[in-house]
Design a protein. Structure first.
Length: 203
């Protein structure tokens, strides 16, 4: 299949951009309230942390609703074309690639970050049992000490993983060859294909 000229259009609809930036801001707030006190910046971080966590959970539920009712899973499901793309890149063989809105690396990042965020959300919700909120009183007795240890380890590892993924995401988003897709996450319009187009061929 020959590379096709770049076609532009509405790459990301406004509800999907709203989800992306809501999730981004909530994750930044979570990372800031989690790591800044460790670095010595003292403030009442607990309320900010759990409120940002609830915003993140709401964003995740909204995203799942959009996937179920609007997008479906097909565009983001890995397939043989994605494996072929990665193998061709490893062997530096510039052969034609099947057209796709998301390339293999975007799909891989999406699923990895989705898994990490899900672990953060689930363990964070469990940890809510250890703090007082306007809706309930703390009750750490729901888990044993050993179980709480597993929850904290999973939450901590996922926190370090999401910090790395944020840095990776920002780095690649700011590369000149990715400015078109960055702009599409701000204004909506951008390249409709990330594989099988002239944009992909030039990379």
């Amino acid at each position: 299949m020959q590379a096709q000229p770049d076609k532009t259009g509405v790459r990301h609809q406004w509800p999907d951009r709203l989800f992306h930036w809501t999730m981004a801001l909530s994750v930044i707030a979570l990372c800031g309230s989690a790591f800044l006190p460790i670095l010595g910046l003292r403030f009442d971080w607990v309320p900010l942390h759990w409120i940002a966590g609830f915003v993140l959970v709401a964003a995740i539920l909204f995203h799942w609703l959009r996937v179920g009712l609007v997008h479906g899973l097909a565009e983001m499901m890995p397939g043989s074309d994605d494996l072929r793309e990665v193998l061709l890149d490893w062997h530096a063989r510039p052969e034609p690639r099947a057209q796709a809105k998301y390339d293999a690396y975007q799909k891989g990042y999406h699923w990895l970050s989705g898994l990490v965020v899900l672990v953060l959300a689930v363990t964070g919700l469990v940890m809510m049992a250890k703090i007082d909120t306007p809706w309930w009183r703390r009750d750490p007795s729901i888990l044993s000490d050993a179980q709480w240890g597993l929850v904290y380890v999973a939450h901590g590892l996922a926190s370090l993983a999401i910090l790395f993924l944020i840095i990776l995401h920002v780095y690649f988003a700011l590369l000149p060859e990715h400015w078109a897709t960055l702009k599409s996450m701000i204004g909506g319009r951008g390249p409709l294909l990330m594989r099988g187009s002239e944009h992909d061929h030039e990379r």
